[in-house]
Design a protein around this ligand. Structure first.
Ligand SMILES: Cc1ncc(COP(=O)(O)O)c(C=O)c1O
Length: 401
């Protein structure tokens, strides 16, 4: 009888008692709106912004309603014009091209390598072909490209980089925190991310003009002086008249539970990485399965795991997914022809026309993905790897035979 995994791939850890208490205190106060503060009170949202800016080493931070909203706000702050091309990764999630489209911009997809990062030669070619001045760089599933090379290229071609750090909160490239290379960076605090407030987003930057615009955009009325991590009032002098209010503020309830979680972020990321390593080690000798290379310069913060079944037939990959599911292991397949659940391919986003990218299609077709929530023990991860390894081997052997 084959072993069956009984864990739940979508079960995150509970919110801690301390965070629950902080949320209850907000509810008891009745003051949930970020600008509704008592006499002498800073408010949970302004304090979260201050603490997140300190963690990231950024001058400014703005807390908003979602990661997608943070990205769209960054694009609007950069003054995106209707129909303007914005470069972004072909391997990403729907909210990323969606954020571009929400601003009237047009996503231009850049290829993905076997390391699951943006293809730099393709990026260079597409910057030159489109004349685009903005790259929305998605560190999809926590894989970070060579940021030194990417920034050299973008600086040389005068392309501004917005980092989508939905999967890299606390990660580093060559010692520099993810989100500190580009002109602005967006983070998500949606349930499956490194901090969990159900929904939520954070935007950081060192640029006072961009952050003054972002603050006005988020719906700060004329109360921007209540922020603790925003630029000074002198940056709002003209901006406050020129910037439309597109409300997307964070509330005190979410900020209260995020502040408590932020204190443990590094420790939680280390626990995620332990789980990643167990699965990686468990799959290391599986014939037909390609592990993703993680360069020494990349200090990742894994909350999910990816591997490739490169050049496998669709039927064989389908078979692996079905066999693993039967044994309780939920794999998501980015190569599936139809978008399903959280998984979709660039050619599913038909509002953004794209050219075929055969090299990227080969990689995307082979990407399999699984969540590794912290509710899984290290033994659970060993068992998951054992099940995947056995099913991949069985299907691979069948193909050869
Ligand atoms: C890669 C990536 N970027 C951006 C987002 C957007 O975050 P949110 O769901 O908070 O809008 C997500 C979230 O699903 C994501 O996975």
């Amino acid at each position: 009888m084959s072993e069956i995994f009984t864990g739940n791939f979508t079960q995150q850890e509970p919110i801690s008692d301390e965070a629950i208490e902080a949320a209850v205190n907000v509810m008891r106060s009745g003051r949930l709106h970020r600008y509704n503060v008592g006499e002498g009170e800073d408010g949970e949202v302004a304090l979260l912004e201050q603490e997140f800016a300190a963690y990231m080493g950024s001058k400014y931070c703005l807390a908003v309603s979602s990661g997608g909203y943070a990205i769209a706000t960054a694009l609007r702050a950069l003054g995106i014009a209707p129909g303007e091309p914005v470069l972004t990764n072909a391997f990403t999630l729907a909210p990323v091209p969606g954020a571009i489209a929400s601003t009237g911009g047009v996503p231009v997809f850049v290829g993905v390598t076997e390391d699951l990062v943006i293809d730099l030669p393709d990026l260079e070619a597409k910057i030159k072909a489109t004349g685009s001045r903005i790259l929305l760089l998605s560190h999809m599933r926590g894989h970070i490209c060579d940021m030194d090379d990417l920034m050299m290229l973008c600086n040389a071609l005068e392309v501004q980089v917005i980092e989508d750090c939905a999967h890299t909160m606390g990660a580093r490239w060559n010692g520099v925190l993810s989100g500190r290379h580009g002109v602005m960076a967006a983070y998500s605090t949606q349930t499956y991310k490194h901090l969990n407030s159900g929904e939520g987003g954070l935007l950081i930057s060192d640029d006072p003009d961009l952050m003054a615009k972002a603050t006005m955009l988020s719906g700060s009325y004329m109360l921007f002086e209540r922020h603790l991590a925003a630029p000074g009032p002198e940056y709002f002098t003209e901006t406050k008249y020129q910037t439309p209010n597109i409300s997307g503020r964070m509330d005190h309830l979410r900020a209260a539970i995020l502040r408590v979680q932020l204190r443990d972020l590094d420790q939680q990321c280390a626990r995620w990485n332990e789980r990643y390593k167990v699965v990686e080690d468990g799959l290391a000798d599986t014939t037909g399965l390609t592990l993703i290379n993680r360069p020494a310069a990349e200090a990742y913060v894994a909350s999910s795991f990816q591997f490739l079944l490169l050049d496998w037939s669709e039927a064989a990959i389908d078979d692996v997914v079905a066999r693993c599911l039967k044994r309780g292991v939920e794999l998501k397949w980015f190569g599936g022809a139809e978008p399903a659940g959280f998984t979709s391919r660039y050619d599913s986003w038909r509002y953004a026309p794209s050219e075929a990218m055969p090299d990227s299609d080969r990689v995307l077709k082979g990407i399999l993905d699984l969540r590794l929530p912290l509710t899984f023990s290290l033994d659970d991860c060993t068992q998951i790897a054992r099940i995947i390894g056995a099913e991949v081997a069985a299907v691979h052997q069948g193909q050869q035979g």
